[in-house]
Design a protein around this ligand. Structure first.
Ligand code: UD1
Ligand code: CA
Length: 425
């Protein structure tokens, strides 16, 4: 069955106290909305992102990063039901399914969404919501069930009676629906509630009143729907996501020496028997091979591909670079927009000068197999150092170097005998 997704991201996110829209706040350099879009991109063939607050910024992010997603403006923002209704004109003749998600839940897993949709299909459901059991559900919408345990409706905390408020099963904010069946509900929603909003949650009561098949899929791990409303929540979500990632890596044979001070983005792949030393920070999308040693204090900024048996040591920053097998960059280096072959050695303090601030262009450095770079060299890109060439310590390399050559830029060393004694008389 065809599946499209709708992601609600028009809200203000007042508690973030920010000029940046909530869904563009980042965890490990990736906006919250990016997590959601990545999670649905293998499931849905098209995604609609509802934008409103700072719409232009969100539109720009979606356009630049997600081909199969489009934005739909909701202005003013009259509630979640109103938000989804904005998509109706685009799906007039659509007969497939739609999954709807809040934009601020980056921890939901693709596998969970997949299970959720499979559940919806397996029971021939018309409308399925994701629910979860919370000891203290605070402001979340409460799931109200009939005496036969079937779903009856969702009541928002602000509209709930004391009896309803005591319910521990809540609405996670993720819905799967057979579009052509539920679509009529959107023109019938009312805003006669405590917040004067058009609630998406009212489609449950509506579908029930039409004798449709309405169900809840109870989430096993509540962490996955941890919503972000403040900077504290953002920090906590990042911790949760990082812990989850580190556990997954360790389960797959990666040694994390100290999980309390290691940060690895969800988009980083690491091969077996690689050791990650403390205070390493790997953000963005990276791929690291087997038997590598990374850190302590290594920083990857994304787009980094590392082959097997590589050593990246302390205070080495790597960005958008490919590093061949058995290559070492042990200490105090910046490697950016580079391609390093295998068995390359990068001396301490080596810098690839990749950025030209006059032209604003980033240039490439290529070091072929077996190249050895002495300490404190500056490789001014664009530059290629061919196979086996050596660069002497302290050199500033401004042109290509042929294979097996030695490149050296060095003022002659002068020694003035007894100079110190003479001047300090
Ligand atoms: C919503 C649910 C609640 C559920 C909770 C889970 C409703 C009425 N209530 O409540 O049952 O327990 O999520 O987190 O849906 N948004 C828009 N346009 C709007 C309003 C909201 O795009 O006009 C977006 C927001 O940016 C946000 C999402 O919809 O991403 C949820 O909106 P929010 O106001 O946070 O709903 P909750 O009160 O949390
Ligand atoms: Ca919310």
């Amino acid at each position: 069955m065809e599946l499209k997704s709708i992601i609600m991201a028009a809200g203000k996110g007042t508690r973030m106290k920010s000029e940046t829209p909530k869904v563009l706040h980042k965890i490990m350099d990736k906006p919250l909305l990016g997590y959601i879009l990545d999670n649905v991109k293998n499931l849905a063939d098209e995604s609609f992102v509802i934008v409103g607050h700072h719409a232009e910024d969100v539109e720009k992010f979606v356009k630049e990063n997600y081909e199969s997603a489009r934005t739909v403006l909701q202005s003013p923002q009259l509630g979640t039901g109103h938000a989804v209704s904005m998509v109706c004109p685009y799906l007039e003749n659509y007969t497939g399914q739609v999954i709807i998600l809040n934009g601020d839940i980056p921890l939901i897993k693709e596998a969970t969404l997949k299970k959720f949709i499979e559940y919806h299909n397996s029971i021939n459901s018309d409308l399925t919501i994701m629910s979860a059991i919370f000891e203290d559900p605070e402001k979340l919408g409460r799931i109200i069930r009939d005496t036969d345990n079937s779903l009856k409706c969702i009541v928002e905390a602000k509209d709930a009676t004391p009896e309803q408020i005591a319910v521990k099963e809540i609405n996670a904010g993720i819905y799967c629906l057979n579009w052509d069946k539920i679509k009529p509900a959107f023109s019938q929603l009312k805003n006669n509630n405590a917040q004067g909003e058009y609630y998406l949650t009212d489609i449950i009561g509506w579908a029930k009143s039409q004798n449709m098949n309405v169900n809840a899929f109870i989430l096993e791990n509540n962490e996955e729907i941890y919503g972000i409303n403040s900077r504290q929540h953002l920090a906590h979500a990042a911790k949760l996501m990082n812990n989850r990632k580190l556990i997954e890596l360790m389960e797959n044979g990666v040694t994390i020496v100290d999980p309390d001070c290691t940060w690895i983005s969800d988009d980083t792949e690491i091969g077996q028997d690689t050791i990650i030393y403390p205070s390493t920070y790997l953000e963005g999308k990276n791929k690291i091979g087997k038997n590598c040693k990374i850190g302590p204090f290594a920083h990857f900024r994304g787009g980094v591909e590392v082959a097997d048996n590589v050593k990246i040591g302390n205070f080495v920053e790597v960005k958008k670079s490919k590093i061949g097998s058995n290559t070492n960059a042990g200490h105090l280096s910046y490697i950016g927009d580079s391609e390093l072959g295998s068995h390359v050695n990068i001396g301490a303090g080596t810098i690839t000068a990749n950025f030209n601030p006059i032209t604003n262009v980033k240039n490439k450095t290529v070091l072929q197999d077996n190249v050895k770079i002495g300490s404190n060299a500056v490789l001014v890109a664009p530059v290629t150092i061919e196979e086996g060439a050596n660069v002497a310590a302290g050199a500033v390399i401004t042109k290509d170097i042929k294979a097996w050559a030695l490149a050296i830029t060095r003022a002659p060393l002068k020694v003035l005998e007894n100079w110190v004694k003479k001047v300090s008389k």
